[in-house]
Write a new protein. Structure first.
Length: 242
């Protein structure tokens, strides 16, 4: 499968959808409100972001479009699709140091190429990337209309220096975890990870989501609170923290 050819949407909760994007198996999420829609993590390139945007518009129907964009953390595979969207961008405070500066964009571009993205595609997406319109410090409630409110919570650092999670209450609460949680492989700790704080970030994520929520990892299949707790404990052992 070409990674602009997308699979079908999954629906972890009413009004909530997600895609497992080809290429790096990243999650893209969609939360529908009344007259508004939030897209979470738009993919690894401008072309992939455009494919995600079109897929979101088809799912929303009636000429609706994405009105808000949230980035769970500033890694290339989760953010380089952002320029495909004309919407306010939300990210954890501090992410602007990577998304909104020439040096930060260069680092993202180089990391993308190291991981196999075509150099021309990486250059194009990085050049168009911009910093968040709404840096989130602490918690921020985003009203999408029709009683749909999404909690954006800056719970990091952990997997990165700037980890944002999204809690979508409803008939079944859904939590977009970013790469604080990974199901398809062992959680990755790159040079910007803060291992000593990662278990603490997951404790907060679990407190926000609760025992009955469905947790949407940054990579892999949907999981439950017990899975997140086991991964939290494994990370604590791996990094020698409590």
């Amino acid at each position: 499968m070409e990674w602009t050819e997308l699979p079908e949407w999954e629906h972890p909760a009413p009004g909530v959808a997600r895609l497992r994007l080809p290429g790096w198996d990243c999650t893209a999420g969609l939360v529908r409100g009344e007259g508004a829609a939030l897209l979470v993590d738009p993919g690894a390139s401008l072309a992939q972001g455009e494919a995600v945007r079109r897929a979101a518009e088809r799912l929303l129907g009636d000429g609706a479009h994405v009105t808000h964009l949230a980035l769970t953390h500033p890694h290339f595979d989760h953010v380089l699709g952002a320029p495909a969207f004309e919407a306010p961008v939300y990210a954890a405070v501090g992410a602007e140091s990577l998304l909104g500066t020439e040096s930060g964009r260069a680092a993202l571009r180089e990391d993308a190429v190291r991981h196999g993205l075509d150099a021309a595609e990486a250059r194009k997406a990085a050049a168009l990337l911009r910093g968040p319109d709404q840096p989130v410090s602490g918690e921020f409630a985003l009203d999408l209309g029709g009683g749909r409110r999404v909690l954006l919570a800056n719970v990091g650092p952990g997997h990165s220096g700037h980890d944002l999670v999204l809690v979508v209450p409803g008939e079944r609460t859904a939590v977009f975890c970013g790469d604080l949680v990974e199901e398809s492989g062992e959680p990755q700790a790159g040079p910007d990870a803060v291992p000593a704080r990662w278990p603490e970030a997951l404790d907060r994520l679990l407190a926000l989501g609760g025992e009955e929520a469905v947790y949407v990892p940054g990579h892999g299949a949907l999981v439950d609170a017990a899975f997140v707790r086991r991964q939290r404990d494994a990370l604590a052992r791996r990094f020698g923290v409590s």
